[in-house]
Write a new protein. Structure first.
Length: 293
C-alpha cells in the first residue's frame, strides 16, 4: 500500500516538475527569466489563470490551444509532463520495492537511488526536448550532469558492493568509471573526426560528446554504448521515414542537409538503458557466450 501511494505521489510530483520544465524549455532558448513574469501565452502574452496552468489537465481541457488567441500550444507540453511523471513513477516503484520488503536495506539507500533516477530522467527529457526543438545541448546541463552522474553511480555501486563483486579495489573501480566516461566521449569525438575527414563539414556536435559522457557517468560505459546503438538505429529509422515522404524529397536536396537531433535519440536510448540496460546487456552477453555464469 505504501508502495502504491508513494508511486502515485511521485507521479503527481513528476507532472508538476514536468510543467515547470516546460516553462524552462520555452524560456531558456530566448534567454528569458524562468521566474518572472507569470506563465503566459507565448503568442498573445495572455496571463494564465490557475486553472489554465494545471499540468496535463489544462492542455486536454483547452485542446492544446490558448484560451485567448487560439494559438496551438504544441505537443511538447503534455509529452514532457507525461514522460517525466511516468519515468519518476517507475523509479519510485523500483526503489520503494526492495526498501520496503527487506529490513537490512537502509532507507537512505532507496532514497539516494530514487533521487539519482529523478535527476537523470529530468536531465534526459530536458536535453531531448532542447535538441529536438533547437539542436542545442547546453553545457550548463551536460557538464553538471556528468559530475552528478559520476557521484550517484559510484555511490550506488559502492552501496551495492559492486567493486567487491568484480574483485576490484574501491579506488580502481572509481577510476575505471572515470575512464569509461572519457572513452564514451572519445567515441563520439572519433566519429566526429572521421565524418569531417569524409564530408568536410560538421556532422556530430561537441554537445553530443558531452551527452555521451553524461550517459556513461549515469549508466556506465556498457549502458552508454547500448544507448548509442539504439540512437543510431532510431536515427536511421527516422531518416528513412523522412526520405519516404515525397514532399521533402521534392524540393532539391534540402532534406539531405537537414540535421537530425542525434542528442534526442541518445536521450531516448539513455532512458531505455536506464530502465532495462542491465538486463539487456546481461542477456546479450549470455546469448553471445561471452559471459559464462
Ligand atoms: Zn494566446
Amino acid at each position: 500500500m505504501i508502495r502504491i501511494l508513494g508511486t502515485i505521489f511521485v507521479a503527481l510530483l513528476g507532472l508538476a516538475f514536468g510543467s515547470f520544465l516546460n516553462v524552462c524549455l520555452s524560456r531558456w532558448p530566448d534567454g528569458e527569466s524562468i521566474v518572472q513574469p507569470r506563465s503566459h501565452c507565448r503568442n498573445c502574452t495572455h496571463t494564465l489563470a490557475w486553472w489554465e496552468n494545471v499540468p496535463l489537465v489544462s492542455w486536454l481541457a483547452l485542446r492544446g490551444r490558448c484560451r485567448n488567441c487560439r494559438t496551438w500550444i504544441g505537443w511538447r507540453y503534455p509529452l514532457v509532463e507525461l514522460a517525466l511523471a511516468a519515468l519518476w513513477a517507475v523509479s519510485a516503484w523500483q526503489s520503494l520495492g526492495p526498501a520496503l520488503s527487506s529490513d537490512s536495506l537502509p532507507v537512505y539507500y532507496a532514497l539516494a537511488r530514487a533521487v539519482g533516477s529523478f535527476i537523470f530522467y529530468w536531465l534526459l527529457i530536458a536535453l531531448a526536448a532542447l535538441d529536438a526543438e533547437h539542436l542545442w545541448l547546453p553545457d550548463w546541463l551536460t557538464l553538471p550532469g556528468i559530475l552528478l552522474g559520476y557521484i550517484f553511480f559510484n555511490l550506488q555501486s559502492l552501496l551495492d558492493e559492486r567493486p567487491l563483486e568484480v574483485g576490484m579495489s574501491t579506488f580502481g573501480y572509481v577510476a575505471m568509471n572515470l575512464i569509461g566516461i572519457l572513452a564514451a566521449a572519445g567515441l563520439i569525438l572519433l566519429i566526429r573526426w572521421v565524418y569531417w575527414l569524409i564530408r568536410r563539414r560538421e556532422g556530430v556536435g561537441l554537445g553530443d560528446a558531452k551527452l555521451m559522457a553524461m550517459l556513461a557517468a549515469w549508466v556506465g560505459l556498457p549502458g552508454a554504448l547500448l544507448a548509442f546503438g539504439l540512437a543510431v538505429v532510431l536515427g536511421a529509422g527516422v531518416a528513412l521515414v523522412l526520405l519516404a515522404i515525397p514532399s521533402r524529397t521534392a524540393n532539391s536536396n534540402s532534406w539531405a542537409l537537414k540535421k537530425l537531433p542525434l542528442g534526442t535519440f541518445l536521450c531516448v536510448g539513455g532512458v531505455v538503458s536506464g530502465l532495462w540496460g542491465e538486463r539487456m546487456i546481461a542477456a546479450y552477453l549470455q546469448w553471445s557466450g561471452l559471459w559464462l555464469d
